[in-house]
Write a protein that binds this ligand. Structure first.
Ligand code: NAD
Length: 365
């Protein structure tokens, strides 16, 4: 297979971690007989420095022309970087929001997997961490409260702020289909999370999920309320496989899941649209505090590359090969600083590029 990928290294640690993911993809290409072609574009602070704007039309076009986009992260030290003296619409993050919108990326996937070797970093009870968990959050990304009409006005001399939570049938149906398809590729259990005891938008959400489930009889669908799910995620995350929810609930629950999974440096993510195109990036930010030091953990970006293979290219064996290589490296005691145990007993500390080399070395057919 010949695959065209656009890369957005971005700011801070972005270039260091994307470089390692590209290294691993090239090794996958070598082992499995694929050719990956990469084209690098600027977005975020580096684009502001070069072109005066965080995202250019040319970058959007180059992303659209690829089969998938692999991104590092963007932004500088909040409150300190010169980019934050600009008005909000000209700052680095504005580029990412515009890019997601221009590419029509409505489905955000965030897996939270607790690696047995990293269970000490899990803040949950030891017995829960011992059992482990592997949850996939499917979050609707372009509708709901964050995109509805809003206004602040004076009513009877008092300030009133209004946000609108609006969902259309088609928006729920397309995310439901994605969630069922992902559940089919995993444990075939889907928990749809809403607040149907209060919200009309949630009642529509629940109705459409029930309708779509008729096309996926192999998937076990459960409905759950968001408040109870927030509780269950810390009580027993192992009960969940795929969790699908609307934009704001997903924003909150996916951060909760990131926390219980331990380290930010291990968490990949994907943003998809209806066809196979997607943008893949680590869940963490640009970590300006450690940029340029060759100590960032590249594993979240390398695991994002595995998601790219799985969800945009349907290369399941190749995606498994990357995930297995990451598990093997951890099992053999290789760590970057952020996932090191305090006593470092029997572990080997690696730099960013050394971890990339190690994962590439462990790629097997
Ligand atoms: P951050 O995620 O960049 O860093 C938080 C902490 O985690 C830091 O101590 C950092 O060193 C550490 N960390 C993060 N990723 C790591 C990795 N791969 N390896 C080792 N340690 C890692 O969050 P922040 O400091 O709040 O934000 C920094 C910048 O990143 C801001 O400009 C913010 O807006 C931006 N940001 C960008 C994205 C994105 O590009 N999608 C997402 C979140 C934050």
């Amino acid at each position: 297979m010949n695959v065209k990928i656009t890369t957005i290294p971005g700011d801070g640690i972005g270039p260091e971690i994307v470089r390692e993911a590209v290294k691993v993809l090239n090794k996958v290409g070598e082992v499995f007989g694929h050719e990956f072609t990469f084209e690098e574009v600027l977005m975020g602070g580096c684009s502001i420095d070069a072109y005066g704007v965080p995202l250019t039309d040319e970058t959007i076009e180059k992303c659209k022309a690829a089969q998938a986009v692999l991104m590092g992260s963007i932004g500088g030290k909040v409150g300190q970087s010169k980019w934050y003296e600009l008005p909000p619409e000209k700052r680095p993050e504005a580029g990412l929001l515009k890019l997601r919108k221009s590419l029509g990326l409505f489905c955000n996937l965030r897996p939270a997997h607790l690696y047995p070797e990293l269970k000490k970093a899990c803040p949950l009870r030891e017995s829960i961490a011992e059992q482990g968990f592997d949850v996939m959050m499917v979050r609707e990304l372009t509708g709901g409260l964050y995109f509805g009409a809003r206004k602040t006005e004076i009513v009877d001399g008092e300030e009133v702020a209004i946000d609108t939570l609006e969902y259309h049938d088609y928006e729920i149906r397309r995310i439901a289909k994605k969630a069922f398809e992902i559940a089919m590729k995993r444990g075939r259990k889907l928990t749809s999370v809403d607040k149907a005891n209060v919200l009309d938008s949630s009642r529509l959400w629940r109705k459409i999920f029930a309708e779509v489930s008729a096309d996926y009889p192999e998937v076990q669908l459960e409905n759950a309320l968001v408040d109870s799910t927030a509780m269950q995620l810390v009580r027993n995350p192992g009960q969940f496989d795929v969790v699908a929810t609307e934009n704001m609930f997903g924003d909150i629950l996916s951060d909760e899941m990131a926390e219980i999974a331990g380290s930010l440096g291990m968490l990949p993510s994907a943003s998809l649209r209806e066809d196979s195109f997607g943008l893949y990036e680590p869940s963490g930010g640009s970590a300006p505090d450690i940029a340029g030091m060759n100590i960032a953990n590249p594993l979240a970006t390398i695991l994002s590359a595995a998601m790219l293979l799985r969800y945009s290219l349907n290369l399941t064996d190749e995606a498994d090969a990357i995930e297995n290589a990451v598990s093997s490296a951890l099992a053999q005691g290789f760590r970057t600083g952020d996932i090191m145990d305090e006593d470092e007993n029997g572990l080997t500390r690696l730099h960013t590029d050394e971890m990339g080399d190690k994962i590439a070395e462990l790629i097997r057919k």
